[in-house]
Every structure is written in C-alpha cells, then in structure tokens.
Write a protein that binds this ligand. Structure first.
Ligand code: FE
Length: 128
C-alpha cells in the first residue's frame, strides 16, 4: 500500500480532504476553535509537534489561531495563489500535510496569525 493509501485509510474523509487535498473546514465547525486547555497540538497525520496552547488566541475567525509555531523547523511555508489571492500556506514539514494559512495581522509579540484547521491537529494535554 502506498503512503497516500495508508493516510486515506487512517484519516476520516474530512481529515483526508483537508490534510492531503488542501480543503478548509467550515468556520466555527472545528473541535479546537474554542479549545483552551494546556498542552500542544500535533499533526494529526504524522504526530509532529506543531503549536503550543500558550500561543493560542481567539481570532474570531472560527478557526484555531496561534501567534507562533512551537518550532519553525516543523512548519513549512509555501506561497498559495488559489482564488487569485496571494496567501501563505502552512504545511507540516514532516509529512507535507496542509494545516492552514499564516497571515500578518496577528497579535503581539509576533504579529502573525496562524489560521489552522482543527481537522489537521491532534491535541495532547500537558502532563500534570
Ligand atoms: Fe505531519
């Protein structure tokens, strides 16, 4: 079985469409939009650590939003010209899965807004 076939088997149809085909979940529909527990959010496909709860904020957009990544090596940025608009796509650097987009209208200290699909993430609670 190819890697892609394995992903298709492992993921739900929604997760597959978003992570592997670049779709976007409907705003306010994702399970992590209003989720504020302490921990980190990993790639749902390969488990790579992506975002920390310490950088999560409510952007009002309906998607989980972070002002920074945990490790810049773990997220790849790529120019995206779909819909004739220039945006910067965010992908998992390990497995290439689509996560969302990053915009420059976020809060301090970074000024970035990582707008990420809940379906691309798996939350891991902080050990207490
Ligand atoms: Fe990944």
């Amino acid at each position: 079985m190819s890697q892609e076939e394995e992903y298709k088997k492992k993921l739900s149809p929604e997760q597959y469409n978003i992570c592997r085909l670049g779709a976007t979940e409907s705003p306010f529909s994702g399970k992590y939009n209003k989720h504020y527990e302490k921990g980190h959010y990993d790639c749902v496909v390969c488990g790579q650590e992506l975002f920390s709860s310490t950088t999560k904020f409510d952007s009002g957009t309906g998607w989980p939003s972070f002002h920074d990544v945990m490790n810049s090596k773990n997220v790849t940025k790529k120019d995206d010209y779909s819909y004739n608009v220039h945006r910067v796509e965010a992908l998992c650097s390990k497995c290439g899965s689509h996560l969302g987009h990053v915009f420059d209208d976020g809060p301090k200290p970074t000024g970035n807004r990582w707008c990420i699909n809940s379906a691309s993430l798996e939350f891991v609670p902080e050990k207490t």
